[in-house]
Design a protein around this ligand. Sequence first.
Ligand SMILES: [Mn+2]
Length: 452
Amino acid sequence: MKFIHTSDWHIGRQFHNVSLLEDQRHVLEQIIQYITSEQVDALVIAGDIYDRSVPPATAVTLLDEVLHKVCHELKTPVIMISGNHDSADRLSFGARQLKEAGLFIFGDIHKVKEPIQITGKSGTAVNFFGIPYHDPEQIRQLVMESNNQADHDNTTIKNHNDAHNYLINQISDVINDQENNVLLSHCFVDGAEESESERPLSVGGADRVSYSPMLEFDYVALGHLHSPQYRGKPHIRYSGSILKYSFSEQHQKKGVTLVEVSEKSQTIKKQLKPKQTKIAKEPIIEDMFSDDLFAESSISEDTSSNADNISSNDASQPQEQASHISITSLPLRPLRDMRVLEGEMDDLLKNGENDPDAQDYLMIRLTDTHAILDAMGKLREVYPNVLHLEKPGIMAVGEKKALNREKLKRSELDMFQDFFSQVSGNPISEDQNQALKKIITQLHNAERETKA
Ligand SMILES: [Mn+2]
């Protein structure tokens, strides 16, 4: 049984006021092609389908087109959960009716115990459980509603980890570990690597959850983090976003994950421990993480900084990937890449003329040490999608100068001289220079008086 795991589509996202809709359409078409070429049995989307809880109409239309192609034309079921950017209620519109059409939307935390079973062309069946994004308050409410008095008395939900473990315990009650079970969850697994384009789930690190309760699943399709990576075990994995959504992601390799599930062998079944009725809550203590005991690596080759916490519960687990699960990354090629270029204006303009990827979304760091008039306009003549400009060259010069009043005056003078010569085409004359110095001094005096 084969499925594609993807997440963090963020349809409708704007980047520096530019709509990425065409870029998103471009990579979503590649996912549709992979469904055909890889003979995939299901498409799994682990949340953040939309970028906003109330997405623009164009975003809704694009998702509608994609789902029509996959569910209706390719007859491939789609299983999705809502992420922290989605409105679970809005995303779940028509969910009960859409099941008939092969679209399975998990947006309700009350229904985590109800898996969707999909049987692949190979004959192997897989149960998909979905945990939509939730905050601890929602789970506190859920516990209150619970008819189970023991639950009511003994469960305190203080943070995201408690909330997540509570829901996994609910699933543990019904799971059959002789079968293949896949979990979808939109959460921040502790120790995993952040990117700049994710919206924090809560302030101050209280949003982290432990991977260890998820070890009992044959595969965990995670969403939320935009860099492809795994935590704890290779099968507890983030596919990453479909596009780079910040310049800090320029070196990440975006793609989707192809997962092939075979029947569990008798050996694996026998190795399985008797089912735990409750999973111990493990407090997360960030300072404990010193070694990367599982030697995880992120697919993106970015170095993963922190190791996850290892509990005694984990140590008894086999360390390598289970043989009935095979995982492959399939790359997505963007319409326009996101890059950072650094250099002097003249060199950048020269290179830009012959750059086959001049349409890429660019952040440019200008290293020129003098001010340049309308630098953005000049660069956009060769690189039309320069979205952000930094001037470390000028900043560096500024930093070298001590910030006493005399020096400050000089740097203002320098700036104006650069500006003047670019506008007029001539260097500033001595008379003009004297007049300028006088004005700057007057301004500084006036400023000092207002402060005093
Ligand atoms: Mn996201």
